[in-house]
Write a protein that binds this ligand. Structure first.
Ligand SMILES: [Zn+2]
Length: 424
């Protein structure tokens, strides 16, 4: 989990070749795969036995992400030590003395160490996390800055495995799907406590930040945003096409420079995503994005459609603080509920509540770019609208609308509302 200096890479290749013997010390077993050999001191059960298959299934996914051809990696190989008792590996010389002490996992050259975990999920997670470090190190000669190195490893480590197919880079639907992972809970808690870091703080983490478990959760969250948000995803894709990465701040500075013209809006778009982030969060439902050239609200009503299966939808309408807004909504839509969807109007259905308001109720976010540096990520306020709302704008900004439901529940909805917006 500690960044490895690129000068160590050559050395580590030599070390790993030297230790790559068929004969293992007594008490250790080797489970061979194509790209990995798993070496363990534990009894080989069905879960340990399938680790090489899972690691091999990750290779084409890493190739796709990091733009490497499968031909290029055909002779890449790693030893993965899955350790019931770490001291046993140290004593047997299976952890070089140059490797510092670590708590969960470590990668060095063509070797990975994973400390045994209380769930099969989390053991695989750590293997894929360290495997991502290994793959990036092989491709880029280094891992990139701390947030990128750990954020991507966490992103790719978060996976679904059904015994045959591996999917990496998932956002878990439930806590039970990813036992002992806990990233989303930490993000929600820190946002509620007002201590959530800003995107810019995360992008400037130094190499010591990840001694703290918080930094893993926030680096993962930054990756979820940057990979998916329309304001940043092309810049992220461009990073992966690079031939090499340094572990200093070069890449972070490059990315921040590209984002700079839109940064006030991106800060608020980030706030909106963090506010929405919970189990089942689905970025394909759309993310709050400001209209770059929004129009001012007028006395003549403007009409927009708000679809039921998308997250925040920008209206393209800006207001000033103190404007009196009149918002009316008509139409009927369906909120998907397993086999029998509920018919719903703008007032929502009171059979179920989400975040204190009826499910399906029309909600408004009035938000603007943030010019001065905010010290912490702030939640976006969702104002209940229903079928009619007259409100004095508490601040200037653009109007965004959605129906009230958790992001992960939006996909099975159908239909839309027509929303009329005017200034009184
Ligand atoms: Zn790591």
């Amino acid at each position: 989990m500690t960044p490895i200096k690129s000068t160590w890479v050559l050395l580590s290749v030599i070390i790993s070749v030297a230790s790559y013997a068929d004969e293992l010390p007594k008490g250790f077993k080797r489970i061979p795969g194509k790209f990995v050999d798993v070496i363990t001191d534990m009894e080989v059960d069905e879960h340990l036995k399938e680790l090489p298959q899972i690691f091999d299934a990750a290779i084409p996914i890493w190739c796709e992400y990091f733009k490497v051809s499968e031909r290029e990696v055909s002779d890449w190989h790693v030893e993965a030590f899955v350790m019931g008792a770490k001291e046993r590996f140290r004593n047997a010389g299976l952890i070089p003395t140059t490797v510092p002490d670590f708590r969960y996992g470590f990668q060095f050259g063509n070797q990975i160490w994973v400390v045994e975990q209380p769930s099969d999920y989390y053991r695989r997670h750590l293997l894929l996390h360290e495997g991502t470090h290994w793959f990036m190190n092989r491709k880029y000669g280094d891992h990139g800055p701390p947030w990128l190195m750990e954020g991507i490893a966490e992103w790719m480590g978060t996976h679904h495995w059904d015994g045959k197919k591996l999917t990496m880079g998932i956002i878990p639907k439930t806590r039970e799907e990813v036992p002992y992972w806990g990233r989303i809970a930490l993000v929600q808690e820190q946002l509620a406590e007002g201590i959530a870091p800003t995107l810019e703080t995360i992008l400037q983490y130094d190499s010591r930040a990840h001694q703290d478990v918080d930094a893993y959760a926030w680096s993962w969250t930054a990756i979820v945003f940057l990979l998916n948000h329309p304001s940043t995803k092309d810049d992220m894709k461009a990073l992966f096409k690079l031939k090499e990465m340094k572990s200093d701040q070069t890449l972070s500075k490059m990315l921040l420079k590209r984002m700079k013209p839109a940064m006030p809006l991106i800060r608020q778009e980030w706030n909106a995503m963090v506010t929405e982030l919970e189990y089942g969060y689905d970025p394909s439902r759309g993310m709050m994005k400001f209209t770059r050239e929004a129009k001012w609200i007028e006395k003549a009503p403007a009409k927009i459609n708000v679809v039921a299966n998308q997250s925040w939808q920008s209206s393209g309408i800006r207001v000033n603080e103190g404007d009196i807004l009149v918002i009316d909504a008509t139409g009927e839509f369906a909120v998907g509920k397993t086999s029998k969807p509920w018919k719903c109007f703008a007032t929502g259905v009171t059979l179920e509540y989400y975040r204190g308001e009826p499910l399906g109720k029309l909600m408004l976010a009035l938000a603007d770019g943030i010019n001065n540096d905010q010290t912490h990520t702030q939640p976006i306020e969702a104002i209940p609208v229903g079928d009619h709302l007259e409100i004095t704008a508490p601040r200037a900004g653009e109007l965004h609308f959605r129906i009230n439901e958790s992001n992960g529940g939006l996909a099975d909805n159908a239909g839309q509302l027509t929303v009329s917006i005017r200034k009184k």
